[in-house]
Ligand binder design. Structure first.
Ligand code: 13P
Length: 250
């Protein structure tokens, strides 16, 4: 049984004041609860780890460098994220691919670095609007998976996030059938490459305009094991609403 995961990606949002939102979230968590992860900006990781001491909410980074240390001004290694309290890291988000030119092979190297540091990698895949019109979405997603996911996958060290780029921050989402088609395809590819045991244990998250109002129906789609949530993870009320939807039956 794959446990549902609600992963909040705060992106470049949040200062010390935002920690109060985490306190509110902790008070609003349902029991039983799905797994919950918050990926704040790196500047908040350490303070948030202290705030979450004793809570079941996990922490993650939003990217990492492929090297362990060295002359890479402005970058952060996977070991540094782990040192600051992270257990996960988001890799290959479409905003990183677009704004920082990250390629599938870069993401593969970062994923290996994350694993070396003991972090679970959330590898993001998904098509742009133009790709959706011009090419089959499944070809895009299959290509990204083949090139950006290394070989040494276990059920624990990898989470795949399907984030259609055109759905991020737009209020638009694919139909439930479309989400199901892509998630079933991702599952089939994972099973084919890594074998049925490992392939079935990797979780597949949906991301892109997930809200309290659509989380339950999206979570009920086959092979949707949770969500990667941007805007709606920034406020305790909205994130708790999504967590409640993902916790049904937890
Ligand atoms: P939104 O939930 O704001 O659409 O963002 C999704 C996302 O990019 C999460 O990584």
């Amino acid at each position: 049984m794959r446990r549902k995961l609600a992963a909040g990606n705060w992106k470049m949002n949040g200062t010390g004041e935002s920690l109060a939102e985490v306190d509110r979230l902790l008070r609003a968590l349902p029991d039983p609860c799905c797994e919950v992860l918050i990926c704040p900006p790196a500047t908040l990781l350490h303070r948030m780890a202290a705030r979450l001491e004793g809570a079941t909410v996990a922490l993650g980074g939003q990217t990492c460098h492929a090297a362990t240390c060295g002359a890479h001004t402005g970058d952060i290694s996977a070991a540094m994220l782990a040192d600051a309290g992270a257990s996960h890291v988001i890799l290959g988000h479409s905003e990183r691919r677009a704004e920082h030119g990250e390629s599938d092979l870069d993401i593969r190297a970062m994923t290996e670095a994350a694993w070396d540091a003991g972090l679970a990698a959330i590898v993001c895949v998904g098509e742009t609007d133009a790709e959706r019109e011009a090419v089959n979405t499944l070809d895009i997603v299959g290509g990204q998976m083949a090139s950006s996911i290394p070989d040494a996958v276990t059920g624990e060290n990898l989470i795949v996030a399907y984030e259609p780029v055109w759905a991020i921050g737009t209020g638009r989402t694919p139909s439930l059938d479309e989400i199901g088609e892509v998630h079933d395809f991702i599952r089939a590819r994972l099973e084919r490459r890594f074998g049925p045991g490992v392939g079935r244990s990797v979780r597949i998250l949906y991301g892109g305009s997930m809200k309290p109002g659509n989380a339950a129906e999206i979570a009920a789609v086959s092979n949707v094991d949770g969500g990667l949530i941007g805007g709606a993870s920034l406020t305790a009320d909205d994130f708790a609403g999504i967590i409640r939807a993902l916790s049904a039956g937890a």
